[in-house]
Write a protein that binds this ligand. Structure first.
Ligand code: ADP
Ligand code: 5GP
Length: 191
């Protein structure tokens, strides 16, 4: 495997529960010197095991709204009743360490980032089917039935958006090992 990665930021998106965090966790563990995560802000509550400042910066709505007013965000959106946003600092911090920045954001974020000078590459991670996605979301055990429903509704929109050709690459996360191999190929692709 090539040892150098392009410094163009990489945006990974795809329905909630499709396996983005699972694959990225492995990538960051295997290639700690090459890639850094853009730690977003969110108003949703942490899941068990999610550390503040690592998975997200967990903030309340007034704090998030102050950051909007201060123009701290490169992009932000509402997803499933909560705010999510990429701060300019989150992306700069990764670049300052000479690493390729990886953003995990929804389709609204993808549209916004396309309108910035980031010159990012876009990867869509798709589930093998919506039934499998539901099973993964429920199997993760982190979402209420209401949250699963909202995420499944949004998943259909994400899938339709991917069909518009907005992404540079689509990887189907069926077999985890195969999806990881495809991810590694994409992130190390020569530009
Ligand atoms: P996301 O970050 O996209 O919301 P997660 O990484 O949290 O998704 O994955 C959702 C659930 O699906 C987790 O319980 C994870 O272990 C499981 N999962 C991820 N990839 C696969 C796969 N290829 N096959 C089976 N289960 C998977
Ligand atoms: P989750 O609550 O499952 O961690 O994330 C829900 C959705 O929000 C996912 O699609 C994820 O990619 C997206 N997301 C996470 N951070 C950001 C962000 O900073 N901006 C945007 N637009 N979406 C985000």
């Amino acid at each position: 495997m090539a040892s150098k990665a392009s410094l163009r930021p990489i945006v990974i998106s795809g329905p909630s529960g499709t396996g983005k965090s699972t694959l990225l966790k492995r990538l960051f563990a295997d290639y700690p010197d090459n890639f850094g995560f853009s730690v977003s802000h969110t108003t949703r509550k942490p899941r068990p095991g999610e550390e503040d400042g690592i998975a997200y910066h967990f903030v309340d709505r007034p704090a998030f709204e102050r950051l909007i007013v201060e123009d701290a965000f490169l992009e932000h959106a509402e997803f499933s009743g909560n705010y999510y946003g990429t701060s300019i600092k989150a992306v700069e911090d990764v670049g300052a360490h000479g690493k390729t920045c990886i953003l995990d954001i929804d389709m609204q974020g993808v549209v916004s980032v396309k309108n910035t000078p980031l010159n990012a590459r876009f990867l869509f991670l798709a589930p093998p089917s919506l039934e499998t996605l539901r099973a993964r979301l429920e199997g993760r055990g982190t979402e209420s039935p209401e949250s699963v429903k909202k995420r499944m509704d949004q998943a259909e929109k994400e899938m339709a958006f991917a069909e518009t050709g907005a992404h540079d690459k689509i990887i189907v996360n069926d077999d985890l090992e195969k999806a990881y191999k495809d991810l590694v190929s994409f992130v190390f692709e020569e530009q």
